[in-house]
Design a protein around this ligand. Structure first.
Ligand SMILES: [Zn+2]
Length: 472
């Protein structure tokens, strides 16, 4: 019985809670947990995506009797309250005199003070307290400034959340004010997302409760091994373990992806994040091979292959058999093109049917060509060095092209090869001096990933087919 659809809803609540005065946070945490547990009972209506929250981690969730309980309790969960009166209605006493003022577009402290009929002399005093209160000069629309007034309407205290874990507190002492920063400990938890692709990686990722940036990152991690343009199929699946940061029980942000696996066409790829003794962080396969390789498989992201490498292709414009010595990536005009490897610019300019053409040389043996581009990276010139991942040009339709696309050629020792299948230089293994430290620190992550996947499998027999067979 999957139990996972709730997560988007829960996030929405967390966002709303953020607007409450900080004094309520303890209450919020309690209610949030209650709401969360309630929502956890709502059955998923889409069995292909999972978001398993850390609350179920410790101890690990058990299949069996516990699930039977859950099923019995479904469906009657009322919509959670939608107003900020939540606490009053639940007989929680709100802190009496705090007023929360939302910062509007074009606002500043003096506008806020005049709106709240607070004295500008008091504001002056507060602003002169030093560096602590200077953050009040950089208010953003949507921020909340809280004030408390005495019976005569004089400023008693002021609060402002500087970050998710720090609050500026200004308090009156006689005719003076003092400013302090209250910090709250940031708690790190592990979050999980597992999904099966039904139409797109993004669709499955969102259903699994991952944020856009996390889905992009997931694709980045595996971009050396999986061609996300062409090789992703329905039934492919993934699991991600990532850091989540909490303050007072409230999730404030996602941290990095700690471990991930991607099952693509029955092949299993795994990744763990490791920071070596020199402080460099990178992703490695579970066996310690670096995922980062000398070449990216494709020089651009999330596009479609419109024409493959083909020695006997009928040319769409010339209408005769002519070898297609590259791969065409169909992409919107202006899509960035990345250097797939470190190299040197060999040619940048116009060349016949290629239109605007760029050629990069990578070491002695490899070179790559980019045809039809709309423009080159600013200032790009012959002899310039580029690094893997640098933007070198933008997709266009210059030269002999019917629509915006990148014509990408890959040459080894001067011979055209299929960029999608050519054997690329091997990855570096983790150095010997790092091995034991690497395995000690990544083993728990791999174990978590395993646990998640097993849980997902137990929840959804349908996913089992796409995850077998394993290979590594
Ligand atoms: Zn082409």
């Amino acid at each position: 019985m999957p139990l996972i659809r709730f997560f988007a809803k829960q996030d929405k609540h967390l966002r709303r809670f953020k607007q409450f005065p900080k004094g309520h946070l303890a209450l919020v945490a309690g209610v949030s947990a209650a709401v969360f547990l309630g929502l956890a009972l709502i059955p998923a209506d889409n069995a292909s995506a999972y978001r398993i929250d850390s609350l179920f981690l410790n101890p690990p969730p058990k299949a069996g009797g516990e699930d039977v309980e859950r099923i019995a309790l479904t469906l009657d969960i009322p919509e959670p309250p939608r107003t900020t009166h939540l606490f009053e209605e639940d007989n929680f006493e709100p802190e009496a005199d705090w007023h929360a003022e939302k910062v509007r577009r074009g606002d500043n402290m003096s506008k806020i003070f005049s709106r709240l009929r607070l004295s500008s002399v008091e504001l002056d005093t507060v602003m002169k307290l030093g560096p602590d209160t200077s953050v009040l000069k950089a208010l953003q629309p949507g921020d909340v400034v809280e004030v408390s007034r005495d019976d005569e309407g004089k400023l008693e205290a002021l609060r402002y959340a500087v970050s998710s874990s720090a609050t500026l507190v200004v308090t009156r002492t006689g005719e003076e004010f003092i400013a302090e920063q209250e910090t709250r400990p940031v708690e790190t938890r592990m979050g999980f997302g597992c999904g099966v692709i039904e139409s797109s990686l993004f669709g499955a990722g969102l259903q699994a409760g991952l944020a856009d940036a996390q889905i992009m990152k997931l694709a980045d991690i595996f971009e050396y091994d999986i061609d996300f343009h062409q090789e992703i199929q329905n039934g492919d699946s993934f699991c991600v373990v990532f850091e989540e940061r909490y303050v007072n029980g409230e999730k404030v942000e996602n941290g990095p992806i700690l471990a991930a696996e991607f099952i693509n066409q029955g092949l299993r790829y795994s990744a763990v994040r490791y920071t070596d003794q020199a402080g460099d962080t990178s992703y490695y396969a579970g066996n310690g091979l670096a995922l980062k390789k000398a070449f990216l498989r494709a020089p651009l992201k999330f596009t479609r292959i419109s024409s493959d490498f083909n020695p006997r292709r009928k040319h769409p414009i010339l209408n005769k058999i002519r070898a297609h010595k590259g791969t065409d990536y169909s992409a919107p005009q202006g899509t960035p093109i990345y250097a797939p490897s470190n190299g040197v610019v060999k040619f940048v300019g116009k060349q016949n049917g290629f239109g605007n053409l760029l050629i990069l040389q990578h070491g002695q043996r490899y070179s790559t060509k980019y045809g039809h581009v709309s423009r080159f990276a600013k200032g790009l010139r012959n002899g310039q060095k580029v690094k893997q991942g640098d933007v070198v040009a933008y997709v266009g339709a210059t030269g002999l092209a019917t629509a915006p696309h990148l014509h990408y050629e890959f040459l080894v020792d001067g011979v055209h090869k299929n960029s999608r299948t050519v054997e690329l230089p091997k990855a570096e293994p983790i150095p010997n001096r790092e091995r034991s430290r690497f395995f000690a620190s990544t083993k728990p992550l791999v174990a978590q990933l395993e646990l998640r996947r097993k849980f997902v499998l137990a929840q959804n027999g349908q996913a089992a087919g796409s995850i077998m067979p394993r290979s590594e």
